[in-house]
Ligand binder design. Sequence first.
Ligand code: A3P
Length: 330
Amino acid sequence: MADTRPTCDTNQLTLLLLYTFCLRQVPQTIIIGVRKGGTRALLEMLNLHPDVMVAKSEVHFFDWDANYRKGLDWYRRQMPMSLPGQVTVEKTPGYFTSTQAPRRIHGMDGSTRLLLIVRDPAERVISDYTQVLYNRKERHKAYRPVEEFLVREGELNSRYKAVQRSLYDVHIAAWLELFPLRQIHIVDGDLLIADPLRELRQVENFLQLPPRIRPANFYFNQTKGFYCLRSGGLQRCLDPSKGRPHPPVDGVALAQLCRYLRPHNANFFRMVGRTFRWCAGQRAAPSVTGMGGGRHRTTSSPVFRHNRRQNADKKKDRKGQLKAAILPHC
Ligand code: A3P
């Protein structure tokens, strides 16, 4: 006689477990900045990890009073569904320069791990300007050349907001008053462009995640001039607003900018115990004055040297597919 009892196959069982245990958690990890440092790329790349769930848009909870007043429960509701053991990550680059965000994040959870992606601060200024420039052009509004913002009466205009945001030492000080340096992982934004996997490995390590992001998750897109992402059989690059050509910048203005930033950079290096080759002999000039990201448009990255590991990694990739397929139903 045929068995008429209801059966529950493995997939149904998995779904049942997910429905039972899925929850929204406030992030255990926050990408706090820097604006135009590569925060979107970092978030999207981290999202390749099966144990990471990310908030798709910038939440601005800790830096916008109107959102902060909505309370922690509102914040939690902005987060994606996740399973126990998964790490929830959100990114809002405005946090880094906010005077309130360090204290508010610390108040939520003093053990929150912070990711800070930095980039040559002179180039960051130009990237900041470029974003505004494109926005104005798109809306057919008038725009002024960057030199008009950078230089006032022959002096560097240190009150220009984009310059202020590039004073990494000033902003990191507020965070270091509350968070020990070991809780802040600094990602090199310039290296993330040139060799994403290497930077991601270090982030996995910092977050105590097993290494699951693989060389096969990246491919170099010649047209875009940047690495793009491959996951679950899909390929995609970041939004066209990421990695746009920068306008040419007058060398004198650039030299003034670098001169102004240099002591701040040195101070930042001392505070984080690490150095970066920023404005070195104004090395930044060719890339800033040329095409944005151009110097990073290399295909010789070690990403391509790991291909032999691709087959071994295929099995792990299926986990990522499961995450993509099932979690939205939670
Ligand atoms: P540019 O547009 O000035 O080149 P953010 O996401 O914080 O706004 O940072 C934007 C920057 O991310 C871009 O600045 C770009 O250089 C950098 N970036 C890093 N990796 C990238 C990638 N794989 N694709 C596109 N842009 C990337």
